[in-house]
Design a protein around this ligand. Structure first.
Ligand SMILES: Cc1cc2nc3c(=O)[nH]c(=O)nc-3n(C[C@H](O)[C@H](O)[C@H](O)COP(=O)(O)OP(=O)(O)OC[C@H]3O[C@@H](n4cnc5c(N)ncnc54)[C@H](O)[C@@H]3O)c2cc1C
Length: 452
């Protein structure tokens, strides 16, 4: 069977669903496919916490009814010795991800998007250096379908299962270094007791129990919790399961594992975004485009941003009637302005944090060398601004660890540098190579100064 669409979206997770939602109702013929059956789309291992800001800034509906499990008022962050507790205020939602994801898909469908579940993109169609479609396999009726589209949206999540089959000279095939990943695992279970402060997410930083990552305890109401951990990939650590079994009693005393609802793990990219989200006939979004926040590993909100930016670029491409990489380029500009620049600076912050010892973190949090406000500022804007007024206090409190204070200053400088470089993201593909070597230069100087 053969068919032709304006847009083919491969993957119906948060990124693909948001792209479809923003593109729907605009007169385009759109097909979205997902390998999973309808009732499992959006069902993937996740902490399920999403900041309210993302919904507000993109005009997306808030989760409601069975899509919303807990309104969040902030995060409590614990030092490795758990002697320091910081509270960072910020509204958000602990969601039922499949329910919300499927709602967005249903809304897109009601505005004309065709959705084919249990359908996998097996192979790209590439002609004249351009992506022009895909060969699909539909498991519902065991049929092969050849779909042509003016634009293909690759939203296959961490698997990158479509773009990884493109010719390697296409810049959107950029691979991922294992050390720029987080291996994460979580269980959702009922609790033995009622959860106190269920409106607060809890995060436990500890290099011993979750090297290069953290443990989380995210309430889903008064008697249900999403609990899990992430550790840095590519480091040769023992399996994530080993950590989970060993340290669960420390972080989840009240978890009733005989009342388990779901369990599972997956990988999360924790770096700056892919160098370009677009190439001829294709836009990459979500985890496949490495859009996750490198510090906290939250990727649903930024997947939504990338979907929004992809839809803007695609609508623009249909207005001018051209679908090459440069016409779709607007997706890069939009994403980097809204999130990518901050994300790149947070990659450097992440690299710094992963090198700290528990002693350093205990000391830094206790003495407020880094403070709640700094963290909030860094996670909201990617800036680590150490103001002049604060400096004296920090220098005094940092006297016990002068190297820590010095490194923090270096980190802040490089975070600014890389953010500035992202602000100068090229206006088309021609400028990309030069810009990219600028980024490599900053990254390599940064790594050298951290190891000094
Ligand atoms: C344990 C864990 C905890 C996390 N916690 C949080 C959190 O608390 N908050 C947060 O915001 N983020 C969190 N994240 C990250 C977040 O889950 C992801 O960033 C986000 O869900 C990515 O969405 P996506 O649409 O890009 O990819 P996915 O949700 O992975 O969707 C990809 C879809 O593509 C489909 N697909 C793949 N290949 C094909 C193909 N060839 N053909 C057809 N379909 C295909 C898949 O079936 C899937 O439905 C966590 C991740 C993990 C692993």
């Amino acid at each position: 069977m053969k068919d032709t669409y304006d847009v083919l979206i491969i993957g119906g997770g948060f990124a693909g669903a948001t792209t479809a939602w923003h593109l729907s109702g605009k007169g385009l013929r759109i097909l979205l496919i997902d390998s999973k059956p309808w009732n499992r789309i959006g069902d993937k291992p996740c902490g399920d916490a999403v900041s309210k800001d993302h919904f507000d800034s993109l005009g997306m509906p808030y989760p409601e009814g069975n899509q919303l499990e807990q309104k969040i008022e902030g995060i409590k962050l614990y030092s490795p010795d758990e002697k320091t507790e910081w509270t960072v205020k910020g509204e958000g939602f602990e969601i039922n991800a499949p329910a919300y994801n499927q709602r967005i898909l249903r809304e897109a469908e009601s505005r004309g998007v065709e959705i084919m579940d249990m359908t996998t993109a097996m192979k790209p169609i590439v002609e004249d250096s351009k992506v022009t479609g895909a060969f699909l396999f539909n498991r519902r009726n065991n049929s092969q379908v050849e779909v042509r589209a003016k634009v293909v949206v690759e939203a296959t999540g961490y698997s990158m299962s479509f773009r990884s089959k493109l010719p390697l000279q296409f810049p959107v095939t950029e691979p991922l270094d294992d050390r720029d990943t987080d291996i994460a695992y979580r269980e959702v279970a009922y609790t033995k007791d009622e959860i106190e402060d269920s409106a607060y997410l809890k995060i436990f930083v500890n290099q011993h129990t979750s090297p290069g990552g953290y443990w989380w305890y995210f309430p889903k109401g008064k008697n249900k919790v999403n609990i899990g951990l992430g550790i840095q990939g590519g480091m040769g650590y023992p399996s994530i399961q080993t950590f989970y079994e060993k340290y669960l009693p420390q972080y989840g005393q009240d978890v009733d594992r005989s009342n388990l609802i779901v369990k599972g793990g997956a990988l999360v990219p924790t770096r700056r975004p892919i160098t370009t989200l677009t190439w001829n006939g294709i836009v990459v979004v979500g985890d496949s485009a490495f859009t996750v926040n490198p510090v906290h590993g939250g990727g649903k909100g930024s997947a939504m941003i990338s979907g929004f930016c992809a839809s803007r670029a695609i609508l623009n491409a249909f207005e001018v009637g051209k679908f090459d990489g440069d016409t779709l380029w607007e997706a890069n500009i939009c994403y980097n302005e809204r999130y990518g620049a901050k994300q790149a600076s947070l990659e450097l912050f992440r690299r710094f944090l992963q090198k700290l010892s528990d002693d350093d973190i205990n000391y830094g949090m206790k003495k407020k060398i880094i403070r709640e406000d700094d963290l909030l500022e860094a996670s909201s804007y990617g800036d680590l601004q150490l103001s002049a007024a604060d400096k004296a206090i920090r220098i005094l409190s940092g006297l016990g660890r002068p190297s820590l204070l010095f490194k923090l200053k270096v980190v802040a400088e490089y975070m600014k540098k890389i953010k500035d470089q992202y602000r100068n993201y090229p206006i088309n593909y021609q400028g990309l190579e030069k810009w990219r070597s600028g980024i490599y230069g900053i990254m390599s100087d940064f790594d050298k100064s951290l190891s000094n």
